[in-house]
Design a protein around this ligand. Structure first.
Ligand code: OAD
Length: 237
């Protein structure tokens, strides 16, 4: 364990699957029932904001009531019990890492419980429905709140910080992501280039496999706690 000082964990929808939340690209996934072009692009939002708001509003109750699973909890344990700095970069818009008690979380795709005012930039945090009549609490403009979710074509959040984390990490873990959305899919490459050991935790080996040193195949709720246990045991020995 002492071998590692800076651990970066990249998480995707697969880490929340065992909490009952749908992933994006599985046969019953979120994108299977919706066209990305209709709900996850800035053009779609400009064309039909009510439809886009409805899509995200409908996801909120289920996400709000979901609970972290053993994979989320194992990352919190790693943060609390290891001497390494552990940062979590998540593509997930749920808040299960927070609910699990983790810290140093970077929501590069935004959060479902936030909306941003396109007029003044104010970020409103709320699990209530947001719609085309919502008034910004800061500038009082009506109808300019957008879900604070990064749509296709928009820049990812926290990228300066993320780039630094990737360059400085000595252990990079990718958990439950298909690795098909760029630039996130290239994070492993950057971490590897700067010398990190790299692990993938997934139900299957993804196509991004060239840059992973190790593949741990199985449910993250089982494989990740085991891995964390072993890392922490190595520290004790
Ligand atoms: P995907 O749905 O593309 O991929 C989920 C991955 O998790 C797949 O590779 C599954 O094999 C794996 N998986 C499923 N259950 C698992 C389990 N129990 N344990 C381990 N792995 C499991 O989701 P993401 O990769 O997160 O962006 O998708 C990336 C982005 O694409 C999302 O953040 C979303 C979407 O467009 C936005 O909405 C902005």
């Amino acid at each position: 364990m002492n071998k590692y000082q800076n651990i970066v964990v990249l998480t995707g929808a697969g880490i929340s699957a065992e909490s009952g939340l749908a992933t994006f690209r599985s046969s019953n996934g979120l994108w299977n029932n919706h066209r990305v072009e209709d709900v996850a692009t800035i053009e779609a939002f400009q064309r039909n904001p009510a439809y886009v708001h409805d899509f995200y509003n409908e996801l909120k109750p289920e996400i709000l009531k979901s609970q972290p699973n053993s994979a989320h909890l194992s990352l919190t344990r790693l943060q609390h019990e290891s001497s390494a700095k552990v940062s979590i970069i998540t593509q997930n818009v749920d808040t299960l890492h927070e609910k699990a008690g983790s810290e140093n979380i970077y929501h590069i795709h935004g959060q479902i419980n936030q909306s941003v005012c396109l007029n003044c930039g104010y970020i409103l945090e709320s699990w209530n429905d947001i719609n085309t009549e919502t008034i910004c609490p800061q500038c009082q403009t009506c109808g300019m709140m957008k879900p604070n979710i990064v749509f296709f074509g928009e820049a990812l959040l926290y990228m300066d910080k993320v780039e630094k984390l990737l360059r400085n990490c000595d252990l990079f873990l990718s958990v439950g992501t298909s690795g098909v959305v760029f630039p996130t899919a290239s994070f492993v490459q950057t971490a590897k280039y700067y010398g990190a050991d790299t692990y993938e935790f997934n139900l299957e080996i993804t196509s991004n496999n060239l840059f992973f040193d190790h593949h741990i195949v199985g449910k993250a709720g089982e494989t990740l706690p085991n891995f964390v246990d072993n890392l922490l045991k190595k520290r004790e020995n």
